[in-house]
Design a protein around this ligand. Structure first.
Ligand code: G16
Length: 546
């Protein structure tokens, strides 16, 4: 089969590129105002089909979402056959195709891609796709489908789903009938196997107290309801911010990003929480999870991705030791520069810790180097991955005592409970609840594992974020020249001071993170750095998160 030039031209003409827009496949794919994405979606459809053909018909995933961003935004990301993020080298092809200015130029770029990789177009193309609850998703999915039609690809529309469910389904479809079969490729299959593993893991433990779940008025509520049905009395959820009728409500004064960046309760949650009661927030596509509670002094206390990582990594390390598998399974942790310095200090004493640039693809890749790799971004995006060697050890190991056998059984349940393809707020939430039940921890006890250094995250709107270039896992700026020195000179005035600046991959801003031994100092460092950026670039120094 040759390239279907006529069909590509016909459909491409229906989705012309807006001349002034420059697109970039960033941290989480393409992301911007939904109204600007029509041509991008069509081209992503074509690219997904070509990638599938390149991989001899393996199913490629496409998720239409802008996650924690405002409701008017939308976005799209591609998912590779193992349910992981698109291979990094293909991000460039996505950017090139999205930026071609005419149908002819687009078809030439597609042709070049096919020739470069010597893609046999006779292979079938299979693409599985879903969207979050944003209204613009309906038309964007239609544009994506035009891309699939132009290439004669088989599309499987999973409707409105969370991002992690889409990733899970892609892996299940591609591993079906192989020794690596990941599970049933249906939403029900995902809910059931995750819920069953949770129930087995907490069998015999007292049922956790009811958990307040802030659904960010997004698709996470749909999955939460399905989980509640399967979990029955094993755990009770109190769903909040579950308005799916009002599109403007998505992520508005709600959700994991709101809580993490503002370091406060969503306004609707504060009045319903009793002291000590745990609550958690999902984000708009349910791939991030943040916990928090009200302490006895009626103060907000955050249990973010770092605290989740410490809790989970500690639990798994205990299980490995208890099962007698120390030395056979190595547990490691991956963080980013945003990890609170106190968490890194605490964790480094207990297990190997790596630091990588922001973006799940970086964390995931690094986590795969361990027998059990735990990774969480401070913003609550993370999961745990088990290597093939670990699966083998778990399957063949003969415990020598009943206690070891019990620990082994728990260890064997974890890969079933955890969605290993990507951060999954709902499966992570069940994991946290199971660990708390095992450890008999209250929110306060979990919080006390280590004490966070006070910190501040700011964003600065700049004319061109692309001039900001970093090194050392984004901890240092190499460009604009001289700016890092100004930052260093300021930060060294403060005890335990640490700060960094990096361009966002999902918003047109530069992010500033600062921490110090007290909140006033952290604020001072962050504001001063925002001022430095403003002086150097003419940005808006007072843009606050939230
Ligand atoms: C995405 C990425 C995350 C990243 C976040 C913010 O999350 O998947 O890894 O931490 O964006 O990235 P940045 O600081 O570059 O804007 P999500 O939940 O928005 O898909």
């Amino acid at each position: 089969m040759s390239l279907p030039v006529e069909a590509l031209a016909r459909y491409s003409d229906l989705h012309p590129k807006l001349s002034y827009e420059k697109f970039h496949y960033g941290t989480a794919g393409f992301r911007m105002a939904g109204s600007l994405l029509d041509s991008v979606m069509f081209r992503v459809g074509v690219l997904a089909a070509i990638r599938s053909k390149r991989l001899e018909g393996k199913t490629i995933g496409v998720m239409v979402t802008a996650s924690h961003n405002p409701p008017v935004d939308n976005g799209v990301k591609l998912v590779d056959p193992r349910g992981e993020m698109l291979e990094a080298s293909w991000e460039r092809h996505a950017t090139v195709l999205a930026n071609t200015t005419s149908t002819d130029e687009f078809i030439d770029a597609v042709d070049k891609l096919v020739k470069t990789y010597k893609i046999n177009l006779d292979h079938p193309a299979n693409v599985l796709y879903a969207r979050d609850t944003r209204p613009s998703g309906v038309e964007l999915v239609a544009a994506l489908e035009d891309g699939l039609k132009a290439m004669g690809a088989n599309g499987r529309n999973e409707g409105v789903q969370t991002t992690p469910i889409l990733h899970y389904l892609v892996r299940c479809v591609n591993t079906k009938g192989t020794p690596e079969a990941y599970g049933e490729d249906t939403v029900e299959g995902y809910i059931k196997s995750t819920a069953d593993a949770f129930k087995k893991l907490i069998a015999g433990k007292p049922a956790p107290p009811p958990l307040v779940v802030d659904c960010a008025n997004g698709v996470g509520y749909v999955a939460l309801k399905q989980f509640a049905e399967y979990l029955g009395p094993a755990i009770t959820f109190i769903p909040m911010n579950n308005d799916l009728e009002n599109a403007a409500a998505l992520n508005s004064d709600a959700g994991a990003d709101y809580v993490k960046t503002n370091q406060k309760f969503p306004p609707s949650i504060a009045p319903v929480l009793a002291p000590g009661q745990r609550a958690c927030s999902l984000d708009g596509d349910a791939d991030r999870l943040i916990y928090y509670y009200l302490n006895s002094r009626k103060q907000f206390r955050l249990l973010d991705g770092d605290k989740i990582a410490a809790l989970v990594a500690g639990f798994i390390t205990d299980l490995v030791k208890g099962a007698g598998l120390e030395g056979q399974i190595d547990v490691g942790l991956v963080q980013t520069a945003y990890a609170n310095g106190a968490s890194t200090k605490y964790l480094e004493k207990r297990l190997p810790v790596a630091c990588v640039p922001t973006g799940v693809k970086h964390l995931h890749r690094a986590a795969l180097r361990y027998g059990v790799g735990v990774y969480f971004e401070a913003n609550g995006h993370g999961t745990v991955v088990f290597s093939p060697a670990t699966y083998e050890v778990l399957a063949s190991y003969q415990p020598s005592t009943p206690t070891q056998a019990t620990y082994l059984e728990y260890l064997n349940l974890l890969p079933k409970l955890i969605n290993q393809t990507i951060g999954d707020a709902l499966s992570d939430m069940l994991l946290v609840e199971a660990v708390l039940a095992h450890k008999h921890y209250t929110a306060l006890e979990w919080d006390s594992i280590y004490i966070d250094l006070p910190n501040r995250l700011l964003k600065v709107v700049v004319p061109n974020r692309n001039i900001f270039q970093t090194e050392d896992a984004e901890r240092r700026l190499v460009h604009p020249e001289g700016m890092q020195k100004l930052i260093d000179d300021h930060v060294k005035k403060f005890e335990s001071g640490r700060a960094f600046v990096r361009p966002s991959g999902t918003e047109n801003v530069v992010r500033v993170y600062a921490e110090a031994s007290d909140q006033g100092q952290a604020d001072q460092i962050a504001l001063k750095i925002a001022g430095i950026i403003y002086d150097e670039t003419g940005g808006d120094p007072f843009e606050r998160p939230g």
